[in-house]
Design a protein around this ligand. Sequence first.
Ligand code: SF4
Length: 406
Amino acid sequence: MSIENGKNRINSYVVAASEWERKKGSSNNVYMSQDFQEERYSISDDEEIIKKGKEHIQKIIIETLYKEHDLSDKDLIWLIDNIDNKGKKLLFEKSKSLRDKYYGKKVYLRGLIEFTNYCKRECRYCGINAYNKKAVRYRLTKEEILECCENGRKLGYSTFVLQGGEDSYFKDEVMVDIVKSIKKKYKGCAVTLSIGERSYESYKVLREAGVDRFLLRHETVNEELYRWLHPKSKFETRKNCLLNLKKLGYQTGAGFMVGLPWYTTKDYVGDLRFIKNLQAEMVGIGPYITHEDTSMKDYKSGDLETTILMLSLVRMLLPKVLLPATTALGTISKDGRKAGLDVGCNVIMPNLSPENHRKDYSLYNNKKSSGSESAQALKLIVDEIEKYGYKCDMARGDSKMLDSSI
Ligand code: SF4
């Protein structure tokens, strides 16, 4: 998609956001639409529906979400707080059927290259944050990155995801050179970057060099918690980075961790609303998992059940989204990946990074880094996914959100 198209696409979103600002009389928190939402009809407030009992409210809310791909914030809160096993069964069936409607049983495989674990940031939860002196640092050369792509291409990959910490070594000119070399050598491939916060100008030159997609989890819309988790950073900056990526026509990925300390249902609904309003083409959601060398080592990790619920809700809110069954999901439970696919996930990112560095890209404890997560064991991954009833697809697999005809 061209930069111009990206600007047009975001235009309708900006109009909607300004409307909220006008209603709220504030220029902050355009995504935190609680005030605006309170003006919306809520099923959970409807006396006729309430009279018929909790099970009925749950059914109407899920069916409405399935049809309209939205709900008031109040109804989302009600659903998360009240959903029972019967409701989950219905919700998961519906979210899975939406994935099937737009993507069939296809699961896109992306080749992940973790090319640097140097990071100047201080995220409290992350095992490679700048303050962790125990982390063994590495940085791949351009030639090593291209070698990973070459191995990936031989295996059939068409998307390369270059992920790294915020490493000052990889200035624009270095990244542009790497991206152009990949695009030149592997015609038609997609390049995704996941390299953190950069200026508008930086995102612009990378986009012009050919980068197709950018992953930047928003982490949490709870600004106070955001500051605590990232002591020198602000949610506002994060939000502006994501808006800039959208403006530049990137397929943009946001996302959050499930099970952060003190998290409330309202926080989750804020995250879901943020993703919906941003119209993120990709959403990365995984459980928070502790890392023993961080200041958050004693906090509890997130659970599979809540993560699955959030993934299902994202598919319902954005039916055409690209939704990975993340490595973290596969780390907290041996059935995590299947559980994600069964509620509507459709992307898996096997690791193409050199074997000898995988253990050093240690974002959290016990991160899967070998076995079926290695590209050499691609067949194992394909067999596993096909055993679950899905079909691996190594095409570029762009987001169907770019195609307004479906
Ligand atoms: S989460 Fe990302 S930005 Fe934060 S410390 Fe880890 S690698 Fe760096």
